[in-house]
Each structure stands twice: as structure tokens, then as C-alpha cells.
Design a protein. Structure first.
Lengths: 205, 205
DNA sequence: ATTAATTAATTAAACGCTTGTTTAATTCAA
DNA sequence: TTGAATTAAACAAGCGTTTAATTAATTAAT
């Protein structure tokens, strides 16, 4: 075992993703992580601070790489959008449990400060996408569409597929044993769909 | 006061929508509804049965009217899609608190049976949309696109805007006092965006 | 290198509080 | 007078957290 704090955080993500923050007790977590109940408070102080640490810890690892894309001069607007879709789907599928935890917090809005810090952490991505689209509109490559809601569509489509597994399976007409998020074919299918959608919506005909 | 059960259910939706199911105590609810704590259990038995009753009660009222649209012979495919977007946005914006409660339950997947019953209740809408799109594809009105994921985009866009208010406000560059869901201009904006998006994606050029 | 001192990690137990729920007594309505 | 509605109080269980004692690991001194 490398770092016990990380070990606890990882187990917390697993449990929070399934049962939610309030739905997961410290005793549940301690049992799952195979540590004494008091260790959680020993390392993190309180349950809420554990959550903060969890956000802090994992938000850092999944940041970056979109800003460079914005500056890139060699790619066209639609090529950049394609790359963004790649990165986004790949990232959110890989860290989908962490993503669920974050989105649950965003939706329930349990604590003002935490929600704000999540928004702060996630929002630069939206800014990057906006810049790319607006630049391409000025360059006459893209149509003049509703940029903000187009971003909502981009992210909303992925969220719709990722957040509610039961509904997703029903939509795909698959049995309860099929886990689409582990299926690279499905990942490709999502990428292809959003790419086509954005081409249709953004590019001039 | 007409019916005390309904009164409690309505208050429960308000509180669950903001603080979530686990985050709302029966004492909180009793205080908000201005009834004795024991009344909740008296009327509903347990907290979980209250939730079941809540779903049952409100799911019925928001059903119907999409099936007729499917059968309609006078409207074209894209006209039907336009109508669906109208109905959906209108319905979800109006009952957005109840919608939040349902979506939270879908995401957290707290109880197998309840999640399934929600899926059962919500899914006919997806079926209706699918039928309309598939028919229009056969009629050569629509392109051959990924029907299932297109539905995910349709619903996902609305959810993205509805579920996380803080993120939505940030995206729209509005202050914390602005409540977009009460603004008819914003509702129209969402409808216009999704309509344009679906036209671009579905119609042949 | 070994021992002593100091700090960190771990534990079981308990604390106080909140939770959902039930009881038993009382009020109200038919 | 009978049954439903309402109440304050109590219940047991679970919660997050703290305590105090013990073990492990690290550092300092001999």
C-alpha cells in the first residue's frame, strides 16, 4: 500500500459514486478501505474535509491540455472540436466514478463553497470550448449559433449517457449485465455521434 | 388546506429537490409542512414509502400527450420533433423540482426497485421520440443518424441546463440572483437552440 | 549500534447528537 | 361512542466525532 490517504480517497470515490455522500457512512467507508473508523477523522479531520480533499486531489490530475488546443494555429476549428470531444469522452469515461461524485454534488448543491469550487475547477474547460467556437465563427468557418447552449449540449450528452446507467441501458436496449462504459466500441460510438452532431450544427453547409 | 397528504408530498418535493432524499430529515419536512413529526409516518408509514407515494402521485400528472403525436398523420417528422421539444422543455421547466428529485434518484440508484419504476415511467417518452425519428428516416425525411444517442442529446441538453443551476449560471455569465427557469425568454432560447440543433442533425441538406 | 526519547499511527470504546419510527395519551369529528 | 387525527415524548439505532490507551516508527543521544 503506497499512501493510506490516497487509499481512503479512492475507496470514498467508489462508495460516494454509488451511494452518494450522505448515503455513505464513515463506518461503511472504513470497512471498505479496511481501516479503523477513527483513521478517517485522523487523516482528514471531518467527513466534509475528506470530500474537499477528494475533490482537490483528483481535480488536479484531470486538468490541463485543453488550453494548448485553444492556442494551436495548425488545426481548423472543427478539428479542434473533434479533439475536444475525444479528450472529454475519454476523460469522463475513465474517471466516471469521480465524475458522478462531482455531478451529484453540483446537482444537490449541498454546500455553497464546495459547489463553487467545483464550478471553478470544471469551468475552464467550458471557456476553452467557447473560445474555439467563437474564433471559428469570426473566421466564417462556423455558423452563428448559440455558443453557450451548444456547450451545454456537448457536455449534457455525455452526462446523460454517463450519469444514469439504468436509463442508458434501457435506451440502448441492453440487459442489466452490460456495462457500456467499459466497452471501447460504445465509447467510439459516443464520440462519433457527438462529432457528427457538432459538424451538422457548427459547419456551414 | 385541501389534502394533508398532498401538502406533505409537495413540501417533500421542495426539500428533496434542494437537499436530496438522504439530506432531508423527517423533522425538517414536518417543520416545513407545519405538521407533527409523527404525521409523516402516520400517513405514509416510512420515509421510503413517502418517496414511492411522491413518485406515484406526480408521475401520473405529467404523463401522456406524446403518444397522440406519434400517430398524427398531418405533421411532418421535423414538425413533430419541434412539438416534442416544446412539450418537453415546457414540462420539465414547470416541474423542474420534481424532475430534479427523479434525476437524483436515477443517478444515485439508491434502490433497485424504485429506480426501475422511474425508468418505466419516463421511458415511454423516449420510445415515442424514437418512433417518430425512425419513421422519418424511413420516409427519407431524416438522415440515418444514431437514433438512441440523438435522444440522449435531446434530453441531456435539457438536463444539463436544469439540473445544475450553479454551473448553468456560470455558463450563461449571469449573477447568482438570476433564476433562468422563471424567465420565459430563457425557455424560448432553449427551445430555439434544440430545434436548430435537431434540424441541423436530422434534416437532409 | 544500541538504547532512550519522541513522534506518529492505530485501536476499541465511548460520547453526544440526529435519525426514522413507535408509543400512549389526547383531541377531534362523525 | 366509536374511530380517526394529532400530539409530545420516548425509543433504539446509526451517525460523525473524540478520547485515551497502545503499538509502531522515527529521531537523538550514548
Amino acid at each position: 500500500m503506497i499512501d493510506k490517504r490516497d487509499h481512503i480517497i479512492n475507496k470514498a470515490i467508489e462508495l460516494f459514486a454509488v451511494k452518494g455522500f450522505e448515503g455513505t457512512s464513515i463506518r461503511d467507508l472504513a470497512a471498505a478501505a479496511d481501516v479503523n473508523v477513527a483513521m478517517v477523522n485522523y487523516y482528514f479531520g471531518t467527513k466534509e474535509k475528506l470530500f474537499d480533499a477528494l475533490i482537490e486531489r483528483k481535480a488536479v490530475t484531470s486538468r490541463g491540455s485543453l488550453e494548448e488546443l485553444v492556442k494551436d494555429k495548425t488545426l481548423s476549428g472543427i478539428e479542434k472540436i473533434d479533439r475536444i470531444i475525444d479528450i472529454y469522452v475519454e476523460r469522463l469515461f475513465t474517471h466516471r466514478q469521480f465524475h458522478r461524485v462531482i455531478q451529484q454534488e453540483l446537482i444537490t448543491d449541498r454546500r455553497e463553497t464546495l459547489t463553487q469550487s467545483i464550478v471553478q475547477a470544471v469551468f475552464p474547460n467550458a471557456i476553452a470550448i467557447r473560445t474555439i467556437i467563437e474564433t471559428a465563427i469570426k473566421n466564417n468557418e462556423f455558423k452563428k449559433i448559440d455558443v453557450q447552449l451548444t456547450i451545454a449540449t456537448l457536455i449534457g450528452t455525455i452526462n446523460q449517457v454517463l450519469l444514469s446507467q439504468k436509463y442508458c441501458l434501457k435506451l440502448l436496449e441492453k440487459g442489466p449485465d452490460y456495462i457500456p462504459y467499459d466497452d471501447p466500441k460504445f465509447k467510439k460510438r459516443v464520440i462519433d455521434h457527438i462529432r457528427q452532431l457538432m459538424r451538422d450544427h457548427l459547419l456551414k453547409k
